[in-house]
Ligand binder design. Structure first.
Ligand SMILES: CC(C)(COP(=O)(O)OP(=O)(O)OC[C@H]1O[C@@H](n2cnc3c(N)ncnc32)[C@H](O)[C@@H]1OP(=O)(O)O)[C@@H](O)C(=O)NCCC(=O)NCCS
Length: 395
């Protein structure tokens, strides 16, 4: 039977321990801390350890969201993972996450909408629940972008970082709450503005594609910037309109964290002050499909979201995709404390007859090893999520 509403009941995030600063990047490419901060707002980003994968990051964030929702892993009926950096082309990362979190009964699949992945996956979860098909859906945005970056290309390698954010969406027999309005768009005109050329059927991997560096993210920064500023504002407005709200009524926007200037321009476009925009791009960079999930969990846990608040998720990404969701918050923010009991590690079963090569980009590893003195062994155990190096909030 269809429920009265589909509400967010759990949230969680995980960011790998190791920090890559702008000063580290100065050693890799011709750039400066000043340039990166002033053009993007990014001060640092996280880099996954060699033993971590997109699925392990996703599993930790997912386990935290399940704990916050007060559920057990087997209560989850469907697992959706938004990612553009899956562990493998197949099986899906969601299938690996299912096993890693100890769920035996859920259906699981990935949602590929690049940086809009979390919002698209959340909209999918909402639809399944409202249709009465499932009662608890785990939605995760997870990304391990540092393994798909050319650390000699200053146009891209300064922007992205690793991490995962998750929510549990649950059927409720109470009316109201949850998603009140939604908008999703895809504009193939922008198909080649951010893309990763090789590895798919058009250009299967070969020594030649690797020689050409086609296994790395490519981006036309200016065109992407122009699209982002326009579409974030229009997508958010559509979702707000469908909710029957006025933009001024929204308590907090959780925008995709790509660039502080893009977020500022959206605030300006909507005629809203920057304190209505949640910002953490300074500490994580662009974590693609993970960014809205990480930002949401951080916003709730830091007291920026209260019961009954009107919040808006809005994202854009390769494709060009864009998505926004206007959401009435119904969960007690104090439930976030339940995530503290979750050990921040996860392991994904490896095949018995196969071992991967060292996954870390050599240039990145050289700079980190020079800075930290030691290389993290492949079988290192992830310690607790550390305090970020600093907590300044950008003006
Ligand atoms: C990438 C981005 C930060 C570049 O900022 P910008 O203000 O547009 O900068 P420009 O591309 O005009 O470059 C200005 C100059 O800085 C240089 N530059 C580019 N990257 C640089 C870097 N990392 N460090 C130093 N200089 C750099 C350029 O070569 C250019 O030099 P020139 O004037 O001598 O030609 C910006 O376009 C952007 O954020 N785009 C959107 C990207 C995005 O969000 N992608 C993810 C989508 S989900």
């Amino acid at each position: 039977m269809a429920p009265m509403s589909a509400r967010i009941t759990g949230w969680g995030r995980y960011a790998p321990e190791r920090v890559l600063t702008n000063a580290d990047l100065e050693k890799l490419v011709d750039t400066s801390d000043e340039w990166i901060r002033s053009r993007t707002g990014i001060r640092e980003r996280r880099v996954a350890a060699p033993h971590e994968t997109t699925a392990t990051l996703a599993a930790v964030a997912g386990k935290r969201a399940i704990a916050v929702a007060g559920l057990e892993p087997d209560d989850v009926d469907l697992i959706l993972v938004g990612t553009l950096t899956p562990d493998y082309w197949m099986p899906s990362t969601a299938a690996l996450v299912k096993e890693a979190i100890g769920n035996t009964r859920a259906a699981a699949f990935d949602v590929m909408a690049a940086c809009s992945g979390f919002v698209y996956a959340y909209a999918t979860a909402d639809a399944f629940i409202r249709a009465g098909t499932y009662r608890n859906v785990l939605v995760i945005g997870a990304e391990l972008l540092t393994r798909f970056l050319d650390f000699s290309d200053r146009n891209t390698c300064i922007l992205f970082g690793d991490g995962a954010g998750a929510v549990v969406v649950s059927a409720s027999d109470e009316e109201g709450g949850g998603m009140a309005g939604m908008e999703m768009t895809t504009d193939p005109d922008g198909a080649y503005m951010i893309w990763l050329p090789s590895g798919g059927s058009k250009s299967p991997p070969s020594s030649e594609t690797i020689r050409r560096g086609e296994h790395y993210v490519r981006m036309e920064g200016k065109e992407t910037y122009r699209y982002a500023t326009k579409t974030l504002a229009t997508s958010a407005l559509k979702a707000i309109e469908r909710a029957g709200w006025d933009p001024g009524e929204v308590d907090l926007f959780i925008p995709h964290q790509a660039n502080i200037r893009i977020i500022e321009s959206v605030a300006k476009g909507l005629g809203l002050p920057m304190d209505k925009m949640f910002v953490n791009v300074d500490r994580y960079g662009n974590t693609s499909a993970a960014s809205v999930g990480i930002a949401l969990a951080e916003a709730v846990d830091s007291g920026r979201v209260q019961l009954g608040d009107k919040i808006v998720f809005v994202a854009f990404g390769a494709g060009f995709t864009s998505g926004a969701a206007a959401v009435t918050w119904t969960a007690d923010p104090l439930h976030g404390k339940r995530a503290d009991s979750v050990v921040p590690t996860a392991s994904v079963r490896a095949p018995v007859d196969w071992d991967s090569v060292d996954p870390m980009p050599a240039r990145l590893m050289a700079v980190l090893a020079e800075r930290d003195g030691v290389q993290v062994p492949l079988d290192d155990v992830v310690p607790g999520e550390p305090e970020p190096a600093h907590r300044e909030v950008l003006a």
